[in-house]
Design a binder for this molecule. Structure first.
Ligand code: PEP
Ligand code: MG
Length: 580
């Protein structure tokens, strides 16, 4: 196949870390409309039976995917397939399709796909990310059903050589799983975002993925050579021959880098050159295979974002279900601590049930505000976390606290949950530590008030930066403005540390900043007690830590805190970094 245009770089959303390269296999879907056929009255029962059989076959496939995901990834992620099974067997929808077949005398695949189109069209236009995620799930299921009816061209992606990079407008969680099983090297999609179901599955499988790459499936052609960087979110199309040859020479080293880096992590905790241990921990979204690697290295969890449990299923799991998940995570990492953050939903992590339409969701009903307004849901979660704390390695972290009254209300709900458990003679850690995220400027400014009432702080530098600088953390156009190294953000971090020191409580940073090699020496010098980061950043962070001297970082931090512009700060940190 002739090689086209060289070196074009497309940018998307990094959805699953890892580096990969290989030939593209573009999977185009829904391009051939399903054929419309007239059906005689006598053949209508046959059409209806065909539909029942196709639904049955689809449910069998989904059940197999669910089992396979359960084995490879673990329970919570596998539950994504429950949603798809519910969609496939939706009785009301199937009844409408059957009625329409009887009425219109049209073939069932035609009527089915028409009804699907009617259902998803309004959802596609929805500003609600959960609804848009639902579109992917509905389309994925209906493609399977149409394919099982013998129509459509759903299976066109089934043939590809191992180590191909699959490019599609979108992929379903099941497709990602099946592509992984057939040794795809990476996936690239035009649609989707970092929290879409297929991205969650890819992350859990450690399969590199870049999503939300505008028109990727049209810009890339099958046979193009691709280099995918799942950490940066870039795709290079047809790099120059020399580069391609070098990539092939270093193939094993490059493509297994992410997992190998995790497996080769040093003994924890890492130490500075002058022998000071630095507490480094991992952020996790959903339990998965990465937990096994991390726990073997005795790495703790500094931030467990539990809202992904909701995001992957679209509903709040029961107390017992949550307990199962939290308990398994606590057991896996034991005796290392696991900081479980209560649901931080709202804003980009949308709560579908509430039908909320907020004109400014980042400043809206989210995090602890939403939790306090949903006491039954909050109580279930608190009880589940408390029950998982019996080994005494679990801590509770409250997100988006902006005001002391929120902390008071949450604390009294925690106490009430403890009383209930005590009455039932259920075991839990009675001295469980409770901390708050410092990610709203008001919490940083009033950190001294909060410090009196909690056991630890965890700075969410992503939100703290977005709110301090009034710059949306996901807006590419504001990338130059959005920096946690801005002097205003650093002042808030310093205020938080000072307040915590006065009240003798530790401070962690769990936003992206903690894995940034420029920021690490500064944070250590400022007195941050723990750096908790995306697992893909751990290896580099440990490397940086091993090269610095603790005393130097204190001087560096003093110097930085005198500076008045982001530019000065960045260049001084850069200079320090290259001197290591
Ligand atoms: C943060 O805001 O820095 C943080 C860690 O929380 P999240 O990224 O989940 O909002
Ligand atoms: Mg946050």
């Amino acid at each position: 196949m002739p090689v086209r245009k060289t070196g074009i770089v497309l940018k998307g959303i990094p959805a699953s870390p890892g580096f990969s390269f290989g030939e593209a296999r573009v999977v185009l879907k829904w391009e051939q409309p399903v054929q419309e056929r007239a059906v005689s009255e006598a053949n209508i029962p046959n059409e209806l039976t065909r539909l029942d059989k196709a639904v049955e076959a689809t449910l069998v496939e989904l059940e197999q995917w669910r089992k396979s995901a359960g084995l490879k990834i673990g329970g919570p992620v596998a539950k994504i397939f429950d949603t798809q099974m519910m969609i496939a067997s939706d009785r009301e929808f199937l009844r409408i399709v059957k009625d329409e077949v009887k009425k219109s005398h049209k073939n069932v695949e035609y009527v089915y796909s028409l009804q699907i189109e009617n259902t998803v069209t309004p959802l596609r236009l929805s500003s609600d990310p959960y609804m848009r995620q639902m579109v992917y799930d509905i389309e994925a299921v209906s493609r399977r059903i149409i394919s099982n009816l013998g129509g459509g061209d759903e299976n066109q992606e089934t043939q590809f050589p191992p180590n191909s990079i699959i490019v599609a407008s979108e992929l379903s969680p099941g497709e990602v799983l099946s592509l992984f099983e057939r040794h795809a090297a990476a996936i690239v999609t035009s649609g989707g975002n970092a929290i879409s179901h297929m991205a969650l599955i890819a992350r859990s499988l450690l399969l590199p993925a870049v999503v939300g790459v505008p028109s990727a499936h049209l810009k890339i052609k099958s046979g193009d050579r691709l280099v995918v960087d799942g950490e940066k979110g870039t795709i290079t199309i047809n790099p120059p021959d020399e580069e391609w040859a070098t990539l092939h020479r270093n193939k094993v080293k490059l493509t297994t880098q992410h997992i190998a880096r995790l497996q080769k992590l040093p003994v924890f905790p890492p130490q500075t050159r002058d022998g000071i241990a630095v507490d480094v921990a991992a952020n996790i979204d959903l339990p998965g295979p990465v937990d096994e690697i991390l726990s073997k290295h005795k790495i703790g969890v500094g931030l467990y974002r539990t809202e992904f449990l909701y995001l992957q299923s679209g509903h709040f799991p029961s107390e017992d279900k949550q307990f199962e998940v939290y308990d398994a995570v606590a057991a896996r990492y034991y005796p290392q601590p696991v900081v479980i953050r209560t649901f931080d939903l709202g804003s980009d992590k949308y709560i579908a049930d509430q039908q909320l339409r907020e004109s400014n969701p980042a400043l809206g009903w989210r995090g602890i505000r939403a939790a306090l307004d949903m006491p039954k849901i909050f109580r279930d979660q608190l009880r589940a976390i408390l029950r998982a704390s019996s080994r005494k390695n679990v801590k509770i972290l409250l997100p988006m606290v902006a005001d002391i009254s929120e902390l008071r209300k949450a604390s009294s709900l925690i106490k009430r949950a403890m009383v209930e458990l005590r009455q039932k003679k259920t075991d839990f850690d009675r001295n469980i530590e409770i901390g708050v995220m410092i990610e709203v400027p008001s919490a940083a400014v009033a950190a001294d008030l909060l410090a009196e009432k909690v056991s630890f702080f965890s700075i969410g530098s992503n939100d703290l930066t977005q709110y301090t600088l009034a710059a949306d953390r996901d807006n590419e156009r504001l990338a130059r403005i959005f920096s946690p190294l801005h002097p205003a953000v650093l002042r808030l971090i310093k205020m938080t540390i000072d307040a915590a020191r006065r009240h003798k409580i530790p401070v962690a940073v769990c936003g992206e900043m903690s894995g940034d090699e420029l920021a690490i020496p500064l944070l250590i010098g400022l007195g941050i007690g723990q750096l908790s980061m995306n697992p893909s950043k751990l290896s580099n962070a440990c490397n940086v830590i091993s090269k610095i001297k603790h005393n130097d970082t204190i001087r560096l931090a003093d110097e930085i805190m005198q500076m008045s512009t982001l530019k000065e700060i960045e260049s001084r940190l850069f200079e320090y970094n290259i001197s290591l």
